[in-house]
Design a protein around this ligand. Structure first.
Ligand code: NAG
Ligand code: NAG
Ligand code: NAG
Ligand code: NAG
Ligand code: NAG
Ligand code: NAG
Ligand code: NAG
Length: 417
């Protein structure tokens, strides 16, 4: 060390002072750079500026415009931090909306969210057998059970389509109804059985190993509105405790008959290994596994494509249970609120899908109707809360016939705040 220092600093009298100074500055800068000093300083500076500039409120109506002074540009749900004086980079275009779940949080919370690291798992590491937590009993599965889940292929839907096809096509209403129904085709019985079985195995793994998970996105909407898969949906989205990613990889990656497709920063996919090969790097149908992270106040999406998720802890925990096909699955404490924040539950929306066999490629929304138009062909859940009790009866019906009734407690009061 001393030798190096002497050689670098003291060879020439003239350059000595300048060289020493440059090296010192560089050294200090690099030290601060690697200790993350700058990022933290900038964030705390911004936070302090924010507190002075605008009183914090949680108005739900807030759009990106009100944030322009400080940080804008929600490209891919990311926020760029800009100097207050800087001009936003998209002057001609309409500013995008903030991700819906971010709107109900204060600027400080959003900044905090922004400063958190995203998912960056070292998935190429070999399985770590020295870690005693991973000394896990393998999951037992019986692959023939997939046949138990293919029975319900929505006969009401197919009967109604056949009836309309058979009826006089001169009737405008008939033609319209038929066109509408054809925009909401159910998953084939086979794919549906594979998807539900895969979910069954995933849920069993979470229970056996004690991983916290819950449904998100369209899958949560399905649990709320249909007590199962949305009949015309093609995949399942779940989010698992990010602290458990190594165990998830170890267990699901070693489950006989199944493949776990993992990515460093992206979503993981879990599916039956024997499915036909497709163009996409994974096979289909799959359960998509995202991860969450947490602190004392919030839970948020750790996986890049789940960036939009940020919720108060007490809106999620303690988790509630929802009926989902034949299973009881974990859902957030404030499921109704979360679903209604993200979706208009009275509208049924379907997406154009290229082909089941080419992998799956969801494009623009296609069908978009008031759900009541589908009540007679698909199961929907109707809720009935009797006066002065905290009990809700959730009744799953197709048309007039009740498929199943489940009794539940109403959601906690704090969900309404
Ligand atoms: C992810 O972690 C690796 C080390 O495991 C690091 O080299 C890399 O820079 C990180 N990437 C991001 C985007 O943080
Ligand atoms: C084994 O796992 C532990 C935590 O799960 C981790 O800290 C450690 O670095 C891992 N070792 C190897 C060799 O991957
Ligand atoms: C596997 O599941 C099938 C279908 O449910 C059942 O008939 C069979 O007995 C099961 N096999 C074992 C070993 O449990
Ligand atoms: C279609 O119409 C024909 C005669 O009009 C009738 O015999 C047949 O049963 C109908 N099929 C359905 C599925 O309604
Ligand atoms: C996530 O896992 C960590 C480590 O096991 C645990 O401390 C934490 O409580 C878990 N979080 C939830 C919400 O279950
Ligand atoms: C699901 O929960 C209900 C109670 O809400 C219980 O009666 C039923 O046995 C559970 N079913 C399964 C498959 O765990
Ligand atoms: C709701 O429950 C009450 C009694 O608990 C019953 O009289 C009423 O018919 C139910 N309504 C619906 C739509 O099921």
């Amino acid at each position: 060390m001393t030798v190096t220092w002497k050689r670098m600093c003291c060879v020439s009298k003239q350059a000595r002072v300048a060289k020493c100074a440059i090296l010192l500055i560089l050294g200090v800068y690099l030290y601060l750079y690697f200790t993350n000093f700058w990022a933290e300083t900038v964030t705390s500076y911004m936070m302090a500026a924010l507190e002075k500039a605008s009183p914090l409120d949680n108005g739900a109506e807030r759009t990106l415009r009100s944030y322009q002074q400080l940080y804008v540009d929600v490209e891919e749900n990311d926020l760029l931090l800009l100097e207050p004086s800087q001009t936003p980079p998209y002057e001609e275009t309409q500013p995008e909306e903030l991700p819906i779940f971010w709107k109900e949080h204060s600027e400080q919370d959003i900044l905090k969210r922004k400063s958190r690291p995203m998912q960056n798992f070292s998935i190429s590491d070999p399985y770590n057998h020295s870690d005693s937590n991973l000394n896990l009993v393998p999951l037992r599965v019986n692959l023939s059970e997939v046949d138990n889940f293919g029975k319900q292929a929505f006969p009401e839907y197919h009967k109604e389509v056949a009836r309309l096809q058979n009826a006089s096509q001169d009737d405008v209403t008939t033609a319209e109804d038929l066109t509408m129904l054809e925009l909401f085709p159910p998953l084939s019985a086979e794919s549906r059985a594979q998807l539900i079985f895969t979910m069954d195995v995933f849920v069993r793994a979470c229970r056996q190993y004690g991983w916290t998970y819950f449904l998100v996105g369209g899958t949560l909407l399905g649990a709320y509105r249909h007590h199962g898969l949305i009949p015309w949906d093609v995949d399942i989205d779940v989010v698992v405790n990010g602290s458990n990613w190594r165990e998830v990889r170890h267990v699901l990656g070693n489950t006989p008959g199944f493949t776990l497709w993992t990515q460093r920063s992206g979503v993981w996919r879990f599916y039956l290994s024997h499915l036909p090969k497709v163009e996409s790097p994974s096979k289909w149908p799959f359960v998509e596994i995202y991860f969450f992270s947490e602190d004392d106040e919030h839970l948020w999406g750790l996986t890049n494509s789940l960036k939009y998720l940020m919720v108060d802890r007490e809106r999620v925990l303690p988790l509630s249970t929802s009926r989902w096909e034949h299973l009881n699955v974990s859902v957030p404490a404030c499921t109704e609120r979360m679903v209604k924040t993200e979706f208009d539950v009275s509208r049924c929306v379907s997406h154009y899908m290229v082909s089941e066999t080419e992998g799956f490629d969801v494009r623009e929304p296609e069908g978009n109707v008031d759900c009541s138009r589908l009540y007679s062909v698909y199961p929907f859940v109707f809720r009935n809360q009797s006066h002065d009790t905290d009990i809700v009866v959730e009744s799953r019906r197709i048309g007039q016939s009740v498929v199943e009734e489940v009794t539940k407690s109403v959601e906690p009061k704090l969900c309404q705040n």
